[in-house]
Design a protein around this ligand. Structure first.
Ligand code: 3HC
Ligand code: NAI
Length: 722
């Protein structure tokens, strides 16, 4: 939007208006972009159309806005243009330009119906809010929301003022603070849209409604907040309560690290009782100030890097992916059931195999429970749910495997067992089927040794719990064929995950950078730093959970095993303290047996630190360490390791490194990922700080060579303004 005020650069038309029988159909289809966005060009074209309508063009009595882009109505403001915002005034002006266009749309003296099929997000939904009536389709691609806070900003085209006035304060705050996206049906329930129809009849229904509104044979519904001052939430004490609860919720969730949601609350609170124009002014000012914050720049970076990782497997060749419509999963345990459910939810048929029928049935039950829960949330019809659940079929045989496009093995983490399973799969199938392994620690090249078609073998590393974790790490070994990588990548994207493709190496990428961070945590505990101090320091830095809690969640036995593998490969940096060994020997496995660093009640609910754990690792807590020191040691250990993986070619790009860290580990999104962190902190500064740590603690903090080179040359991982 930065250049909303500039001359539009595109030449081909993104907006077309057809007029017949008093109805104007405004069709959006930007030929230069995969999705419609409110770019400078689109804004100028829309403004020109509004001028024609304001001038009473050819007896037009009503209008419909519809998109000809499959899958999107309007995806919001053009986020590319945010990169050109230098000062708050730039961004504020852009917001004002968007508001002005939508105010003109709202003030037209003809009714305008938003006919929404596909995504109506951010400025897209704000456009719909300025229309007189909204109709959405029941297509799964239709989603409505204001995701701006996820980009470190707030809605800047009137959304903070129009939405609460339309659907009420509480519902509007919920949408704007979470950025959640609603399908057509839920949007109707919330009061955002007036009607839901099947896509094929959208235009005809919208046209009829528009003309009925013009003829006054139909009334547009009034918004709830403006239309009904008697509503409970309009009473001052209730308002205060809503805002204070919302503020508390934001603080609990973000620890105040993200300025946008807090600012959003202020803008809504101050604007709600004022004439709407004053609310718009507050919104534009806040949008301007937020858009140039480091947090917003990092979050925009996360948006572009993750979208790029999703759309580009980073292959040198033009290898085409195979369609994945049917898969088989071997091992119906915790991960296998999760992979089966995530695949079925995206329309893929799944054969779920285990050794014994009971195990396969248990996996099926887990998968079905997860699918049912999600179906309920989506308010799916009964027949749709049955169809969904039927996509997963349990088995103890390899029958039907030959018809799969891709197979994932998720049996126990045991090389010999996995070798045997690979041989069995190959015996039951012919070539042309991707053979993915969900191993967390075994090198993919070692697994491929058992295969007669090693070029079909690839790592497909999911994270737990599969239904929640957005990342899939795809690991190629030297002989993996490009079509296999392309297919694995396309499959991960199809099931709604964000994939990164990395090369085979101990720990791959995600566990590799986690490893020194976890090893350093154990050392700090050994030094006598209290567990909750460590956790608090890292959640204050922006991680969703602290590292001691993470030990408990992952399971100390699993962490111990992984730690030893990593120590064998990178002894100087990752040799773990024997504290974890002692915890495991003392029967402390973490959450799974309700005995770890923390206490757990009968229902598995986490309590405070388990003081008796200190006795197990032999060091009474004695130190209070400044949070900054903890953050420096843990944060920089991870960042330095990430740079090493790029230097060694485990990572193909810094982009994938940032995506993997943010989506796989929860590296603070407002810091943009380890590579963005280096760019924004400055390679020279990171180097200086690592050297200081190296002096104090020795070789494990020795800076990556690439960091030294970058500091010397003043280079960055991402071009300035990227
Ligand atoms: N601005 C610029 N580029 C955008 C964009 C946007 N708002 N939305 C999508 N794109 C680009 C993507 O970067 C991608 O580019 P590429 O082809 O070069 O990789 C391309 O469009 C296609 O996007 P996806 O691969 O993500 O396509 P999908 O079909 O999977 O998803 C989508 C479509 C649901 C619209 C998804 O792209 C999306 O969520 N977009 C962002 C939505 C958003 O955050 N909107 C709010 C913007 S801020 C705003 O509106 C401020 C306002 O209040 C003033
Ligand atoms: P799990 O123990 O829950 O499940 C393993 C399943 O494999 C069991 O149901 C078992 O009966 C089955 N199985 C064993 N031999 C088999 C055979 N020959 N044929 C068919 N099924 C067989 O284990 P989990 O946690 O699901 O792990 C599976 C794999 O995923 C392991 O390689 C693990 O390292 C990896 N992984 C695990 C993660 C986690 O958080 N649990 C995260 C990422 C990867």
């Amino acid at each position: 939007m930065a250049t909303m005020l500039d001359e539009p650069t595109q030449t081909a038309s993104a907006v077309r208006m057809d007029i017949a029988d008093g109805l104007a159909v405004i069709r959006l289809n930007d030929p230069s972009r995969p999705v419609n966005v409110i770019s400078a060009g689109l804004l100028a074209e829309m403004t020109a159309i509004l001028e024609r309508l304001e001038d009473g063009e050819a007896g037009v009595r009503a209008a419909v806005i519809i998109s000809e882009k499959k899958g999107t109505w309007i995806a919001g403001a053009d986020i590319e243009e945010f990169k050109h915002f230098i000062t708050p005034a730039d961004a504020e002006a852009a917001s004002r330009a968007g508001q002005e266009m939508l105010n003109r749309l709202e003030r037209l003296d003809i009714p305008v119906v938003a006919a929404i099929d596909g995504a109506a997000l951010g400025g897209g939904l704000e456009t719909a809010l300025a229309c007189s009536y909204r109709i959405a389709t029941d297509s799964p691609k239709t989603k409505l929301g204001l995701p701006e806070v996820q980009l470190g900003i707030i809605p800047g085209a009137g959304g903070t003022q129009r939405l609460p006035r339309l659907i009420g304060l509480r519902a509007a705050l919920d949408l704007m603070l979470t950025g959640k996206q609603l399908d057509g049906r839920r949007a109707m329930k919330t009061g955002i849209v007036d009607e839901v129809v099947p896509a094929p009849v959208l235009l005809s229904v919208a046209s009829r409604v528009a003309l009925e509104l013009a003829d006054r044979t139909r009334q547009a519904k009034a918004g709830r907040a403006t239309g009904s001052p008697e509503r409970l939430e309009n009473l001052l004490p209730m308002r205060r309560l809503i805002f204070s609860k919302a503020r508390q919720g934001v603080m609990d969730k973000t620890k105040g690290l993200y300025p946008a949601p807090l600012r959003l609350l202020r803008v809504v609170e101050r604007g709600i009782d004022k004439p709407i124009e004053q609310g718009f002014a507050l919104e534009a000012q806040a949008f301007g100030e937020l858009a140039v914050t480091p947090e917003a720049r990092s979050l925009v970076h996360v948006f572009f890097t993750s979208t790029a990782a999703k759309n580009d497997p980073g292959l040198q060749s033009q290898a085409k992916p195979k369609h994945v419509d049917q898969i088989a999963v071997v091992g119906a345990g915790f991960m296998g059931a999760g992979i089966a459910a995530a695949s079925a939810e995206s329309g893929i048929r799944v054969r779920l195999k285990d050794v014994k029928l009971e195990a396969a049935a248990k996996g099926l039950k887990t998968a079905r429970q997860s699918l049912k829960k999600r179906a309920e949330r989506k308010r799916m019809k009964k027949y749709e749910v049955t169809k969904l659940l039927d996509r997963v079929q349990p088995t103890t045989e390899y029958t039907g495997f030959a018809a799969s496009d891709l197979i994932v093995e998720a049996v126990f983490e045991d090389l010999e067992l996995k070798h045997r399973v690979i041989r069995e799969i190959e015996a039951a199938t012919r070539g042309g089927i991707v053979l993915g392994s969900n191993t967390s620690t075994i090198p993919i090249a070692r697994l491929a040794e058992a295969a007669s078609r090693p070029d079909h073998v690839i790592g497909l590393h999911f994270f737990s719990p599969v239904e929640k974790m957005p990342l899939v790490e795809i690991i190629t070994h030297a002989g993996t064929a490009d079509w296999v990588t392309a297919t694995a990548h396309a499959y991960a994207k199809k099931i709604g995950k964000t994939p990164i493709v990395v090369n085979d190496a101990p720990g791959f990428y995600v566990n590799r950078i986690l490893s020194p961070y976890m090893a350093e945590t154990a050392l700090l505990l050994q030094e006598g730093v209290r567990m909750e101090e460590l956790d608090e320091a890292m959640t204050e830095w922006g991680f969703p959970v602290g590292p001691v809690t993470l030990y408990d969640e992952v399971g100390l036995d699993v962490a111990q095993k992984a730690g030893k593998i990593m120590a064998a490969a990178f002894a100087t940096r990752m040799t773990p303290s024997d504290l974890i060994d002692r915890m495991v020997a003392g029967g402390r496995l973490g959450r799974k047996n309700a005995k770890g660093f923390y206490r757990y009640d009968g229902d598995g609910k986490k309590g405070g630190p388990d003081e008796s754990a200190y006795a197990v690792f032999g060091t009474p807590p004695k130190k209070t360490m400044p949070a900054e020191e903890i953050q420096e040691r843990l944060g920089l250990a991870m960042v330095n390791e990430a740079v090493r993986t790029l230097e060694e070619g485990v990572l193909r790009s810094a982009r994938d490194g940032d995506v993997g860290a943010v989506f796989g580990i929860g590296f603070p999104p407002f810091r943009g990922g380890p590579f963005w962190f280096v760019d924004t902190t400055g390679a020279a500064e990171v180097l200086r700080r690592l050297r200081a740590l190296e002096q104090r603690f020795g070789g494990r903090f020795a800076p990556a060579r690439m960091l030294e080179e970058m500091a010397a040359d003043g280079r960055r991982f991402f071009p300035e303004g990227a």
